[in-house]
Design a protein around this ligand. Sequence first.
Ligand SMILES: NC(=O)c1ccc[n+]([C@@H]2O[C@H](COP(=O)([O-])OP(=O)(O)OC[C@H]3O[C@@H](n4cnc5c(N)ncnc54)[C@H](O)[C@@H]3O)[C@@H](O)[C@H]2O)c1
Length: 316
Amino acid sequence: MKVVITGGAGFVGTNLSRHLLAHGHDIKILDDLSSGLASNVPDGAQFIEGSIVDAQLVKKTISGADAVVHLGARGSVPRSIKNPIATHEVNATGTLNVLEGARAANAHYLFSSSSSVYGGNMALPKNEEMVLKPLTPYAASKMAGEALSLAYAKSYEMPVTTFRFFNIFGPWQRPDHAYAAVIPKWIWQAMEKQEIIVHGDGEQTRDFTSAATAVAVITSALENKITHPEPVNLAFGNRISLNEILLDLKVFFPDMKIKHIETRTGDVKDSQNQPTLIKSLFPDVKPQSFKDALVETKNWLAENSSKILNGPAATD
Ligand SMILES: NC(=O)c1ccc[n+]([C@@H]2O[C@H](COP(=O)([O-])OP(=O)(O)OC[C@H]3O[C@@H](n4cnc5c(N)ncnc54)[C@H](O)[C@@H]3O)[C@@H](O)[C@H]2O)c1
């Protein structure tokens, strides 16, 4: 299968492209390297450096593809609060460009939305029927992206799969940039014997999914052409607090020091999915356990962190 991956030089994209190549697929990556790394593009994948904001380039890149996995985005909440126009341009208008490319190529289109679209809707666990209340420009831009994706499915009878990723973590996730995700950041800070910074009291909870599990779901959607007329929450119902992660890490790093600072604007307190839909659409995917994935991430960073350190600052 010929698969285009936008944002394929990023964390999820590199995990996915490596897996799909190993499964014999033909991979083309479109990435502007604004937060991803050229060295993340695996041997055997074709790489085009450019932006999804460039509609002509997007169309040309997708032409002839069987499927497009659209991961390219400005992926940080604080960055979107700082620069909402740029976030909208990439995450909403860029998504429209990718949809147009997929429509012209008659390709299966898979989108990566975010659980942040639930925002101010505090009800738990989350399901796909709930009212969305985005609290940040990032969440609003992802909501626009998923609305466009579903509208294209209906208006043009396009095969579309719209995932809402929750918190994905694993190998290849950058630990050292300003908006790094907690798990790689804390592992790396502990490895470097730096103080671990916790925003708030650490009682926040998240539904963490390993990169391997997310990749298994996306691969199954591609290979079995699984589409759905509504968004699909990609998370399996874990509810793990940041303090639990700190306890797990203490086993490996008994001397680690923790410092609590103020909570971050736009951060929600709790997140957990009701995984009924994802389990019914992907019954064969057995999610990796949180602890196994945490150990895998720690071991990967211990051996490979030099591959992903000092990437683009991505703070504009
Ligand atoms: N990782 C998570 O937990 C999580 C959670 C919710 C949603 N998501 C979404 O999943 C997708 C992948 O996330 P990730 O964690 O791999 O992030 P990432 O930042 O590692 O990857 C995103 C990639 O998109 C590229 N990109 C940014 N702007 C671009 C543009 N204009 N044109 C082309 N490429 C561009 C970046 O250079 C980067 O390589 C993103 O859309 C993100 O919003 C991720």
